[in-house]
Design a protein around this ligand. Structure first.
Ligand code: 4NP
Length: 149
C-alpha cells in the first residue's frame, strides 16, 4: 500500500501546494501519494497563488492543476503523515485529533531538517523574494523526507 502524505498550510494556495508539487517530483507515485489542504477556507476550489505557480515552474514543477481544499478531520483516516507549514497550522490540525494515533501523524514540515519548531513563513503578503525563500525551505525539507520514505 502506498504511503499517503498531506501537506497543510493556512490558505492552501501558497506553501502547501508547493510542498505537494515538490515532494511529488522527488518520489515514486506508486509508493507515495501526496496531497495538500488548508486550515482556512478562503480560496476553496481556486488554483494556487500565481507566485507559487511561477516559482514552481521556474524549478520545472507544474502545480497549476491543483485546487484549494480545506483540511478535514477525516484526513486523519486518509493520510499516514500530515506535515504542517507553521505552528499555527500545527495547532489547528491537532485540535481535530481524537486519539494518540492521529496526533502522532502530525509534524512540522521543517522538523525533517532536524530543526525544532522552525516554520515555513507565510509568504502571502511578501514579494517574490518571500516565495524564493519558501521554495528553498520546502525543497530542502522534501529532500530530507524523500530520503527517509
Ligand atoms: P498559505 O498562504 O497558507 O501558504 O496558502 C496564505 C494564503 C492566503 C491567505 C493566508 C495565507 N489568506 O489570508 O487569504
Amino acid at each position: 500500500m502506498a504511503t499517503k502524505i498531506l501537506m497543510v498550510c493556512l490558505g492552501n494556495i501558497c506553501r502547501s501546494p508547493l510542498a505537494q508539487g515538490i515532494l511529488e517530483k522527488k518520489v515514486d507515485p506508486k509508493k507515495i501519494i501526496v496531497d495538500s489542504a488548508g486550515t482556512g477556507g478562503y480560496h476553496l476550489g481556486k488554483p494556487p497563488d500565481p507566485r507559487s505557480i511561477s516559482i514552481a515552474l521556474k524549478n520545472g514543477i507544474d502545480i497549476s492543476g491543483q485546487r484549494c481544499r480545506k483540511f478535514s478531520p477525516q484526513d486523519f483516516d486518509r493520510f499516514d503523515h500530515i506535515y504542517a507549514m507553521d505552528r499555527s497550522n500545527f495547532r489547528n490540525i491537532i485540535a481535530h485529533a481524537t486519539n494518540k494515533t492521529d496526533k502522532a501523524k502530525v509534524r512540522l514540515l521543517l522538523d525533517a531538517l532536524g530543526s525544532k519548531n522552525q516554520e515555513v513563513p507565510d509568504p502571502y503578503y511578501d514579494d517574490n523574494d518571500g516565495f524564493e525563500k519558501v521554495f528553498a525551505l520546502i525543497n530542502a525539507a522534501c529532500d530530507a523526507l524523500a530520503a527517509k520514505l
